[in-house]
Design a protein around this ligand. Sequence first.
Ligand code: GS8
Length: 210
Amino acid sequence: MANEVVLLGFWPSPFVARVKIALAEKGVQYEYKEEDLENKSSLLLQMNPIHKKVPVLIHNGKPLSESLIVVQYIDEVWKDGPPLLPSDPYLRSQAMFWADFVDKKIYPVGWKLWTTKAEEQDAAKKEFLENTGLLEEELKDKPFFGGENLGFVDVALVPIYSWLPVYEKFANFSLVVERPKFIEWAKRCMEKESVSKSLPDQQKLNDFKL
Ligand code: GS8
């Protein structure tokens, strides 16, 4: 079966970056289409009529959305590449737990660091440090959340790295100082071409305005 793969994306999106990393890890060729979220294409509206958000992966004409679900699908379809999720059911459930934690407790709190002020921002900063601390504990002494290799949780989390200078600037703190292990892990991920080529440029994001 021919593999026709199209990705609808938006360059600053960490959720789109997840899908790009997974496709790069598996060596999948695809066509990338940048969306204007102020003026969504009819293709996006047709392919993701429920949420109308990117990323959307279109595989042989069939659409998939919600980045973690898309990454899981890529892992299951392109079995030849390195696995992202463990095959053991318990370890698999734990990877999904932590990816869900990242969705609920990291990105939304990061968003608040950028978009709120005063007490609300201080509370977000405290929460962000607590939650990245929990992730450091979960990482333990492993190089990656996936163990020796990049895994599902790494793919879910590492796009936050591009946004850190924005968070640090707006909320006035330093993660290198507060969470050195987290930064070391992110830099380790960035040494992989599948990651560095998929993440939005930090400087470009720093200049980006909502
Ligand atoms: C989130 C996607 C999302 O927020 C996922 O794929 O994991 N849970 C989803 N996409 C944003 C761009 S990134 O901030 C989006 O498409 N927004 C358009 C809109 O809200 O209209």
